[in-house]
Write a protein that binds this ligand. Structure first.
Ligand SMILES: C[C@@H](O)[C@H](NC(=O)OP(=O)(O)OC[C@H]1O[C@@H](n2cnc3c(N)ncnc32)[C@H](O)[C@@H]1O)C(=O)O
Ligand SMILES: Nc1ncnc2c1ncn2[C@@H]1O[C@H](COP(=O)(O)OP(=O)(O)OP(=O)(O)O)[C@@H](O)[C@H]1O
Ligand SMILES: [Fe+2]
Length: 542
């Protein structure tokens, strides 16, 4: 089977031929290079109109040369339906429709983001990996579960490449900025910048403002580039590790143009090696925007009968990966694995060992992180965790007692609580109770920062066992990303993080979300729930 793919969401006018019989991919691309500034939508669309016919022509010629009959012998035409720049998408879709009609073959509409990650899954042979997309206009973690790719975490503002490109525009470098930052960072010293991770979500705007400010203040640009890479890629690696820990899977694939960065790949590989996971990054020609990935996913979709009548083939500039009905994977596949609790636990951040009635949590150094950043985060988080675990308790939220803190070793000793993590015993009742806990916590001016189904323990409390006090079934743990705040936005983010972790693991998340929100409503502020709707609906990628 042979599928011709066409890509043109933003800068790469690209066509490709994927031959499923010998797994070969031929790609021809013609990039748009802005004279100055960033990608200009109208200029980019003009580029697509000029360049797409040429790359399609060259792929058709290749197809004819490599067929027995001398005709192109193409079974389907696949194209990027979105997300991307509307004017570019429309030109590419028009080209794809007319080519499919000329060749008299079906049309396949591919989600560009899903293509960025399916290429890595296809080439690695991994079953059901966590996928990190680090591209220009996006940054997110996806995992397949129950017929869809679930968003496990994502940027709350700009895409990672665009964030870096905005900084390089500020210092007067031409587009794209990513490779220039990579080069300059080699001659730089690490510089501290804000580090922003909320559960498995993250944001870049604060870092970018600080980086621009540092430049205006006369810091060496090489040092800022080094700090930028260490911070931004450290965050992406951390959230990828969180996703591995939450889902229990041991496979990670990388996709997207920023994935061409050697430092990012090095950090991800090192993180995976340290936790015994497998890591795969496609070669650069499949990481940056290219039609090869569109043709490969197009072939899987065509095989599954997932083709588009021309009348229904409109483009979608905001096409999200979790909107795609995944027709080409089995319903029984899932990114979520059962995690068995035996002996020491390796969480995303720390190792946890069970010592009698106590639990000892050690934030061991992370070798993938810059040592200065690593020391800062371990200390900050240990301090926050010890303090907030106790303060939450005082606010009426069940948490373990803190028995001992060793800041130098970044180690805390806690009382052992619960029988298992909520992830292993997801029930509406327990989740309603967690909603109540978060409402109370927020009223006390505290956010948890990382409320996931692995950071809630479920089971009987010691008081319940000896019958001395009224029982509580659920306990919040892992306050390392917590902080004091009265902002509705921060509180809504806490709820968003929790709901994302339900979406990532539950078969039928809707009733669980409802129970969670009902629980929150009973103790928390209604404004936070309405802000949650805004957070979810926000057009994130800029
Ligand atoms: C929707 C679609 O149009 C968009 N595509 C896209 O952003 O192109 P992509 O090829 O995946 O990524 C381009 C980005 O990748 C960055 N980039 C390229 N090489 C880099 C490097 N060595 N280090 C860091 N960033 C790099 C560029 O600066 C640019 O921001 C997307 O996938 O988000
Ligand atoms: N006080 C406790 N009582 C019982 N079990 C605990 C306690 N603290 C931690 N655990 C167990 O250890 C696991 C990891 O702990 P924790 O979440 O604090 O570490 P982490 O490295 O920050 O993990 P992650 O970042 O993946 O959430 C928990 O999911 C839980 O199963
Ligand atoms: Fe892309």
């Amino acid at each position: 089977m042979r599928v011709l793919g066409i890509e043109g969401t933003a800068w790469a006018a690209s066509a490709a031929l994927f031959d499923a019989d010998d797994d070969s991919v031929f790609i021809d691309s013609d990039p748009y290079q802005p004279d100055s500034g960033g990608i200009h939508p109208r200029e980019a669309a003009e580029h697509m109109a000029d360049a797409v016919p040429g790359v399609v022509e060259s792929v058709l010629a290749h197809a004819s040369e490599t067929s027995d009959s001398g005709a192109p012998e193409i079974d389907a035409v696949a194209f990027s339906r979105g997300p991307g720049l509307g004017p570019c998408l429309r030109i590419v879709a028009t080209a794809a429709r007319s080519l499919a009609q000329t060749l008299d073959v079906p049309l396949v509409g591919v989600n560009h983001m899903v293509a960025h990650l399916e290429i890595g899954r296809h080439q690695s042979g991994f079953d059901s990996p966590v996928c990190l997309n680090a591209s220009g206009a996006n940054a997110h973690l996806l995992g397949y579960h129950n017929g869809r790719y679930r968003v496990l975490g994502e940027t709350m503002d700009t895409g990672v490449g665009n964030a870096i490109d905005k900084f390089t525009r500020h210092v007067g470098w031409t587009h794209p900025g990513g490779p220039k930052v990579e080069q300059a960072a080699k001659d730089g010293e690490y510089l501290d910048l804000p580090y922003v991770v909320k559960g498995m979500d993250f944001s870049f705007s604060g870092i970018m403002s600080a980086a621009k400010q540092a430049y205006d203040d006369g810091e060496e640009v090489e040092d800022i580039c080094c700090g930028l890479q260490e911070t931004v890629f450290g965050m992406l690696t951390e959230v990828a590790e969180r996703a591995l820990s939450l889902t229990g899977t041991d496979e990670l694939v990388l996709g997207g143009g920023v994935g061409q960065n050697a430092r990012l790949r090095e950090m991800l590989a090192e993180m995976c090696e340290a936790r015994g996971a497998d890591f795969y990054a496609p070669e650069p020609r499949f990481l940056r925007d290219n039609a090869g990935m569109i043709a490969v996913l197009g072939a899987k979709m065509y095989d599954a009968g997932d083709t588009l009548p021309v009348a229904d083939s409109s483009v979608d500039p905001n096409y999200r990966p979790d909107q795609v009905p995944v027709t080409w994977r089995g319903d029984d596949e899932s990114v979520a694995r059962a995690v068995t609790e035996a002996g020491d636990i390796r969480g995303a951040e720390a190792t946890v060992s069970f010592e009698g009635e106590d639990v000892v949590k050690r934030r061991l150094p992370k070798s993938y992180r810059h040592p200065q950043l690593d020391a800062r985060l371990r200390k900050e988080r240990t301090t926050a965790e010890a303090r907030l675990t106790s303060e939450a308790r005082q606010a009426g939220v069940p948490t373990p007692l803190v028995r001992d803190v060793d800041l130098r070793e970044a180690t805390i000793t806690f009382q052992h609580v619960g029988a298992c993590d909520l992830a292993e015993d997801l029930s509406a009742d327990a989740i309603r109770e967690v909603g109540g806990h978060l409402g109370r916590l927020h009223r006390a001016g505290i956010v948890h920062g990382d409320p996931t189904t692995r950071n809630v323990r479920v089971g009987r409390s010691p008081s319940e066992r000896d019958g001395s006090e009224s029982p509580s079934r659920t306990f919040l743990i892992d306050f390392g990303l917590g902080f004091h705040t009265g902002h509705v936005e921060d509180h809504a983010m806490d709820l968003h993080v929790f709901e994302q972790s339900i979406d990532g693991t539950a078969d039928d998340p809707a009733p669980l979300r409802e129970a969670f929100e009902a629980g929150y409503e009973a103790t928390g502020d209604a404004d936070v729930l309405s802000r949650l709707r805004t957070v979810e609906g926000r057009g994130r990628y800029q």
